[in-house]
Design a protein around this ligand. Sequence first.
Ligand SMILES: Cc1cc2nc3c(=O)[nH]c(=O)nc-3n(C[C@H](O)[C@H](O)[C@H](O)COP(=O)(O)OP(=O)(O)OC[C@H]3O[C@@H](n4cnc5c(N)ncnc54)[C@H](O)[C@@H]3O)c2cc1C
Length: 404
Amino acid sequence: MTEQEFDVAIVGGGMVGAALALALSREGFTVTVLEARHPELRWPDEGFDLRVSALTRASQHLLDNLGVWTAIVADRATAYRQMHVWDRAGFGEIHFDAADIAEPDLGHIVENRVIVRALWQALERSEVVCCAPVKVRRLMHEEDGIEVQLDDRRRIHTRLLVAADGARSQVRELVGIESRSEPYDQHALVATVHAEHGNQETAWQRFMQDGPLALLPMRRDLFSIVWSNRPDEAERLAALDELAFNDQLTEASESRLGRLSVCSDRAVFPLRLQHAAEYVRPGIALVGDAAHVIHPLAGQGVNLGFLDAAALVDAVRAGRDARRDIGELRVLRRYERSRKGHNTATQLAMDGFKHLFSNDRPALALVRNLGLGVAGRIGPLRRQFERVALGHGIELPSLSRPRW
Ligand SMILES: Cc1cc2nc3c(=O)[nH]c(=O)nc-3n(C[C@H](O)[C@H](O)[C@H](O)COP(=O)(O)OP(=O)(O)OC[C@H]3O[C@@H](n4cnc5c(N)ncnc54)[C@H](O)[C@@H]3O)c2cc1C
């Protein structure tokens, strides 16, 4: 049986876990990543990942500070300069333009696999020990950390164990941290589609009674769609033949981009609201979807996860500078304090949006249309929307700030 020691063991090498591993290693900590599935690092040139992320400026800075942004852009990333949001039943519309706030763009749409590949390639060049495929079998608290027993019979001793293993976090379960979880009565259908009028470097979102339809620009004439709907309706749309699906999608978009035609498989994801009761325990921290899952309507999930990773790095660095053990609760609480409130506020805002827009009562329709109309005209409100898109508006952890 092999035994190894690390400062930090991270379970889950998805976008958040891989970014955190790279960041902590650059701070001089010894790090291992324990990942259940080796990520896909090669694929044919044609075709797109159905899972994409709308990255905020703060996430771009983090990836840039980790030295992977150039590789992501060289691979495939689409900047969007405008955003257009409108409502199904009324006249509420809101339009954002990067030029109005003297920004080059409002963010980037990137395939998840492109982000993961850039991070894993950087991990391969780093001191991080990546183990995949591997699974945790047992966790044991020790006096000076945690012992992690793996299914390949290895044992790892670590001062800090981080759960970055996604919404169904095994680590969260093993340590007995409760997570409030409620299904949204919506499933998201994702696909890549061709638009007759091109993408106009614009992210489009139309709110409808059963859920929002988001069209995220991918290339000149392509979009990645996230179409949230009642579960039965999402399944019905996924099973339609292409012609019928294209008709319904084009109608749902009010033909604003001309005819839309699907050019990929369609996949359906059930949507849940989830939030862990605690982010930290002695020797343990939860980050990313292991800590919180939100509705994808504002594309904030992985952006919040990257902020978690950056805040945890700040907390652990401060702990080390103060000559404390990095697994000490006092050190980890700084991380929890800096992230839990912001994640809760974002979840509540998305939840409020979802309820406001999926309700047909005339009073709410009026509020909605006034809301979009007014927000579209009043400067401060518009700027608040823009700050969310760019990931501004909170005190950012060091890694999420621009490199000077
Ligand atoms: C339809 C849809 C659209 C979305 N669009 C956006 C968007 O535009 N912008 C945005 O910011 N977010 C978006 N999100 C949310 C975003 O995808 C997630 O927030 C993000 O993937 C979370 O990253 P993560 O690294 O925390 O978890 P994950 O991506 O779930 O990664 C977890 C990793 O842990 C591994 N793992 C799991 N269990 C174990 C185990 N027991 N042991 C070891 N390893 C394990 C997995 O293999 C995986 O590699 C969207 C989500 C959905 C469903």
